[in-house]
Ligand binder design. Structure first.
Ligand code: ADP
Length: 347
C-alpha cells in the first residue's frame, strides 16, 4: 500500500545546527505514528518538514506517493494542530473551524454542514458562537482539532497537542483522541510528543528520536517490551541498564545471578546491558543469598514506593514496590530480577 506520509532521507540544518539527520519513515493510511523523544531531538522539525513549514536541506517528503517537497503548506491538504491551539481570537468557534473551508471556496451550505459535523465530532457542538477567550484550554484544543479535521485531511499532524493542558485534562483528551481515531479509521496521524504514556496510549507505532536522529521505530508494545536500544529502554519505561556478561544462548550473568534474557536481533559482539524496569525488581531483607544491595533512598509515591539501591557489585538500581515492609535507608537487602528482561545495545 502507498504510505500516506513518507520521509526519504530528510535532513534539516539551521546554519551549523543539525536539527534532523537523514530521517526515513513511512506512515500507512489509518495508522498513528508517534514521534517520541526528549526536547530538542528533532520531532517538531520532522513534523514541520511534512507540513511544509520548512524546506529540508536534503531528502524528499511524499504524501500518498506524491512528492510535495517543493509545495507550500496550503497545497499539501494536511490537518495541523499545534500545542498553543493558534485559534484566531477575533473569530467565533464556527468561523475558526470554517476558515480553511472558506479559503478553499467550499460552497456556503457545505461549509455550514461540515462545521456542524466536526464540532459534533469533538463534542463542541454547543459552543459555535463563542470566542476562543470564552473557552478553557481543553475546549480550545478541541476546536483546533475540529478546524484541522474540517478539510477532511488524509493526514493529521499533531505537535504536542496536549502539553499545554493540565494532567487531568490531558488524560481526558487522550481518551478523546482515541475515540476520534476510531471515528476516522482512514486518517493517518503523526503525533509529536515527549510523553511516553501519551505515545503508548495513542500510537500504533512509535519512532524514538534522539539528537536529531531516529533511534528505532516499531509497534508500541514491541518497543516497550523488547527495545533494542538502551536509549529506548531508558526513555520508554525508565529501565535500569545493568552491565551483564553474556553467556550462551540468551543467558546473562550479573554477579552470582544467572538470568535468561530476551535478545531479539542484537548483533553478536555489540556492547549490551540488561534493561530492567523498576517494577520488576524484587526487594526483600537480606537472607544471605542473591544479589546484595544497600538502600540509598526511599520515596513514597502514593501507589507504592520508589527505592534507590546500590548493588554491592557497584551499580545503582531503582526499584518500585507496592510495599517496603519496614525497609529503611541504610538497610542491607536482597535484590531479585526476573528472567526475560531485554538485552539492549549500549550506544
Ligand atoms: P523537538 O521537537 O524534539 O523538541 P526540534 O525539532 O524543535 O526538537 O529542534 C531540534 C533542534 O533544532 C534543536 O536543537 C533546536 O534548537 C534546533 N532548531 C529548531 N528550530 C530551529 C530554528 N528555527 N533555528 C535554529 N535552530 C532550530
Amino acid at each position: 500500500m502507498t504510505p500516506a506520509v513518507e520521509l526519504r532521507g530528510v535532513s534539516v540544518h539551521f546554519g551549523r545546527t543539525v536539527a534532523l539527520h537523514d530521517l526515513s519513515l513511512a506512515v500507512a493510511p489509518g495508522e498513528t505514528l508517534a514521534l517520541l523523544g526528549p526536547s530538542g531531538s528533532g520531532k517538531s522539525t520532522a513534523l514541520k518538514a511534512v507540513a511544509g513549514f520548512l524546506r529540508p536541506t536534503a531528502g524528499r517528503v511524499l504524501l500518498a506517493g506524491r512528492d510535495v517537497t517543493d509545495e507550500p503548506p496550503n497545497r499539501r491538504g494536511l490537518g495541523v494542530v499545534v500545542q498553543s491551539y493558534a485559534l484566531f481570537p477575533h473569530m467565533t468557534v464556527a468561523d475558526n473551524v470554517a476558515f480553511g473551508l472558506r479559503a478553499r471556496r467550499v460552497p456556503r451550505r457545505a461549509v455550514a454542514e461540515r462545521v456542524a459535523e466536526v464540532l459534533d465530532l469533538v463534542g463542541m457542538a454547543g459552543f459555535r458562537d463563542r470566542y476562543p477567550r470564552q473557552l478553557s484550554g481543553g475546549q480550545q484544543q478541541r476546536v483546533a482539532i475540529a478546524r484541522a479535521l474540517a478539510v477532511r485531511p488524509a493526514v493529521l499532524l499533531l505537535d504536542e497537542p496536549l502539553s499545554a493542558l493540565d494532567a487531568a485534562l490531558r488524560e481526558e483528551m487522550v481518551a478523546e483522541l482515541l475515540r476520534l481515531r476510531a471515528e476516522l479509521p482512514d486518517t493517518a496521524v503523526v503525533h509529536v510528543t515527549h510523553d511516553q504514556s501519551e505515545a503508548l496510549a495513542l500510537a500504533d507505532r512509535i519512532a524514538v528520536m534522539r539528537d536529531a536522529r531516529l533511534v528505532e521505530v516499531g509497534p508500541a508494545a514491541e518497543l516497550y517490551h523488547r527495545p533494542a536500544e538502551s536509549f529506548t529502554a531508558a526513555f520508554l519505561g525508565a529501565s535500569n541498564l545493568l552491565p551483564v556478561d553474556v553467556e550462551d544462548a540468551g543467558a546473562v550473568r550479573l554477579g552470582g545471578l544467572r538470568l535468561a534474557a530476551s535478545s531479539a536481533g542484537l548483533p553478536s559482539g555489540a556492547a549490551v546491558a540488561l534493561g530492567v524496569r523498576p517494577h520488576r525488581v524484587g526487594v526483600r531483607p537480606y537472607t544471605g543469598s542473591g544479589l546484595a544491595a544497600r538502600v540509598l533512598a526511599v520515596q513514597w509515591r502514593g501507589t507504592g514506593y520508589r527505592l534507590d539501591l546500590e548493588l554491592e557489585l557497584g551499580h545503582r538500581l531503582r526499584a518500585e514496590t507496592p510495599d517496603v515492609a519496614g525497609l529503611a535507608v541504610g538497610d542491607r537487602v536482597e535484590v531479585s530480577i526476573p528472567d526475560g528482561c531485554p538485552l539492549v545495545r549500549v550506544a
